[in-house]
Design a binder for this molecule. Structure first.
Ligand code: MOS
Length: 712
């Protein structure tokens, strides 16, 4: 249970985020954004305004090249053409002496468009099928044949709206050139990702770009990609010969940096009378922006969750003239689990079975999609322990039968899960003559606790207090470690920190025994609890380095990506929640939560717990509040601000009982850690929908579960 190493810096305001860079001669950028969803800019009138240094538009562009490497990014570089692909697209950058002058000048720019009507209705659009996956039992001809043979069947459609990440820190970029080298301060889930993209966008050698980003105010997926304001700001700073800072406004965050698309899933489940699943079918449709290639295949999760003999999913998308659709915490699986885990409860009801018993019955030791055994799965224990901690046995079998005054009380549960992987990472550990150690790599701490994990693992390896280890993350000049995405930071970087720590100890011992000036010269020395030890002599590493007049000894180690091909890797767990629904207003309050997680080795329970809580909080938002509304006629998000786009606040969140099983996944790495960043949101919305059903008898299949829908 280690406190966040950067907690004190953050709560005292001493942590310098990208937008906190106040450089000499700094100029301020402000984006101009499109006010139509589709068409061509015919002209832009840019009046003179005080303090303005430059106004870059498609008619006065900065030269930028395509830089996206992934479908979830903006594929078109900004202001290279007058084409408008979505409402809120960056179509210009004003740079002025002050932020206020830049903002005022941007407000004075008048645009004339040849506008076309956008296709912006998800409901009315024609889906395009991208692909299907299926597993059929021997002798079964089709998924529908399998379903027809089942004793009990349910089928229903589940829908989820667009959502926005709403990270607390709006996206900033500050760029300062020194000759042909540039230093960029920007919020990114991976400094190396930003270096690569900027290298492409500006056509310069990546060695000339340094991206620095030690603190990030939340990311959740939309700080993975590099968005329009970043190359614009870097290019403007080069053109003007001055450092430039651009920070998106909250409204711009809703359109410039991507959002989670809406989805609909039609789920059909077939089971034997005893609850054994015979077949799972999920036809999933998501929106996809015409600007990019990413859509959430929400249906995919249905292939891996339960051990049905027959599985089928289809993945379709509706292309829309909207801002970019991108990854957001547990892409595909947060909404995919809402559908599947709601459907499971509907099946349990049809079978007259306890929903938890139904899940227990269909727990699978192998990944049903490919037959590979799970590396380490203790889901059954999560179910049992969670049920006991929560008091699941008290759940009323008849919905709508428990009340406490004006409040209808219900219990619900769902399975939590997320995929696990381990990539390649390099880490450097330096032992310093002052007795401290640094541990560095190009990782990112979005608020996840990753820097504390670095400090903790190095401190454990060195046998010194964690306070003597200084983690150095978010600098592209460090060895290449894992970017923060896909819940893979600790699983990838953790083993590398361990290797680098051992390598630094080796380097120290070599020095201790090999250096003629060392008191250990020629001895059989070993390293114990921060000290070099030999017969009758022990010396802390800092003292030894001081005695040798050396500032430090260091080593860099690279840990390989996972090469195990004969197992499948996933974290599993169980959510249990209690809700109270007001019988008159149908307002839903979440009043209790238990989550038991099987996520491999937990390096730091305190920050891990916060990660799971964060995922569940986002799931509570998804279940009850979050709804990014698109006006189909104009292609405009109508609630693109935090006054109208609702997210949970502290008062919406009950006490959370988070329990970890802590079984090391030694097939994944010697450390045995899987991921927990996205795991918590998966299943959370379904657990609430299931609890609301238990409280009220209403089955709501359309997120969010608002009072209006419950009153209808
Ligand atoms: Mo995330 S959605 O793993 O960046």
């Amino acid at each position: 249970m280690t406190d966040r190493e950067d907690g004190h810096l953050k709560v005292t305001g001493a942590a310098r985020y990208a937008a906190d860079q106040h450089l000499d001669g700094l100029a301020y950028g402000y984006l101009i954004t499109a006010t139509v969803a589709k068409g061509t800019i015919r002209r832009m009138d840019v009046p003179d305004a005080p303090g303005v240094l430059a106004v870059y538009t498609p008619f006065n562009p900065l030269e930028l090249h395509p830089f996206a490497k992934e479908d979830n990014a903006e594929l078109t570089p900004p202001i290279q053409s007058p084409a408008v692909r979505y409402y809120g697209q960056a179509i210009g950058l004003v740079v002025a002496e002050t932020f206020e002058q830049a903002r005022d000048a941007a407000a004075l720019v008048r645009c004339e468009y040849d506008a076309e009507p956008p296709q912006a209705s998800f409901a009315d659009g024609t889906p395009v099928t991208e692909g299907t996956s299926q597993v059929l039992a021997p002798g079964v001809g089709s998924i529908d044949e399998a379903l027809a043979s089942a004793a009990v069947r349910i089928t229903a459609m589940y829908t989820s709206p667009a959502e926005t990440h709403a990270a607390m820190e709006p996206h900033p970029t500050v760029a300062e050139w020194d000759g042909d080298h540039v230093t960029v301060y920007t919020a990114t889930q991976g400094v190396l990702l930003a270096v690569e993209r900027l290298s492409e966008a500006l056509g310069i050698d990546p060695a000339k770009i340094r991206v620095i980003n030690p603190y990030i105010g939340g990311g959740f997926g939309n700080k993975w990609d590099t968005w329009a304001h970043t190359p614009l700001t870097v290019a403007a700073a080069r053109a003007l010969g001055r450092p430039v800072k651009t920070v998106l406004t909250r409204e711009q965050v809703f359109t410039v940096v991507g959002h989670r698309p809406p989805t609909r899933q039609t789920v059909t489940l077939g089971a034997d009378q005893d609850g054994t699943l015979v077949a799972i079918k999920n036809d999933g449709v998501s929106a996809k922006a015409v600007s990019n290639g990413f859509f959430e295949s929400a249906a995919n999760l249905s292939m891996v969750m339960y051990g049905a003999r027959n599985l089928y999913v289809s993945r379709s998308y509706v292309p829309l003239d909207t801002p970019v659709t991108t990854i957001m915490r547990a892409p595909g699986e947060s909404n995919g689990s809402f559908a599947l885990e709601s459907a499971l409860d509907e099946l349990a009801e049809a079978l007259g079975m306890d929903p938890l018993d139904l899940r227990r019955r269909n727990d699978s030791p192998v990944n049903p999609a490919n037959g590979l055994p799970w590396s380490s799965k203790h889901l059954a224990e999560c179910y049992d322990l969670g049920a006991e901690r929560f008091g699941w046995s008290q759940r009323a079998k008849e919905p709508g039968t428990v009340a406490d005054g004006d409040w209808l009380v219900g219990m619900g549960m769902a399975t939590a899960t997320y995929g696990a992987f381990r990539g390649q990472a390099s880490i450097k550990v330096r032992l310093l003559s002052d007795g401290r150690a640094t541990v560095s790599g190009t990782a990112a701490d979005l608020g996840t606790g990753q820097s504390t994990v670095f400090a903790l693992l190095a401190a454990e390896g060195l046998g010194i207090p964690v306070g003597r280890v200084v983690p150095e993350l978010g600098d592209s000049s460090a060895p290449p470690a894992a970017s923060a995405g896909g819940s893979g930071s600790t699983s990838t970087n953790g083993p590398a920190v361990q290797l680098a720590t051992s390598a630094a100890i080796e380097a120290l011992l070599e020095l201790a025994t090999g250096n003629p000036g060392s008191p250990f010269h020629g001895a059989q020395a070993r390293f114990e609890k921060g000290e070099v030890v030999a017969d009758g002599l022990a010396m802390p590493f800092g003292e030894l380095l001081s005695a040798l007049d050396l500032p430090a000894v260091e080593a860099t180690a690279t840990s390989p990506r996972n090469r195990v091909k004969d197992h499948a890797f996933r974290s599993f767990g169980a959510h249990f929640c209690e809700v109270r629904v007001n019988r008159w207003t149908m307002e839903t309050r979440v009043t209790r939560w238990v989550c038991v997680a099987d996520a491999g080795t937990i390096v730091n329970e305190k920050t891990a717990r916060s990660q799971v809580i964060g995922g569940i909080v986002m799931g509570i938002g998804q279940a009850l509040l979050e709804d990014l509304r698109l006006d189909a006629a104009t292609g405009r998000f109508t609630n693109a601000n935090l006054g109208d786009y609702l997210v949970p606040v502290n008062a919406d969140i009950p006490h959370m009982d988070i329990h970890f099983l802590d079984y090391p996944d030694t097939l994944l790495s010697p450390l045995g850690a899987r991921g927990i960043g996205e795991f918590g949101i998966v299943g959370a919305a379904a657990a609430i929908a299931n609890a609301v059903h238990n409280a009220t008898g209403h089955r709501i299949r359309d997120l969010p579960l608002t009072p209006e829908k419950l009153l209808a």
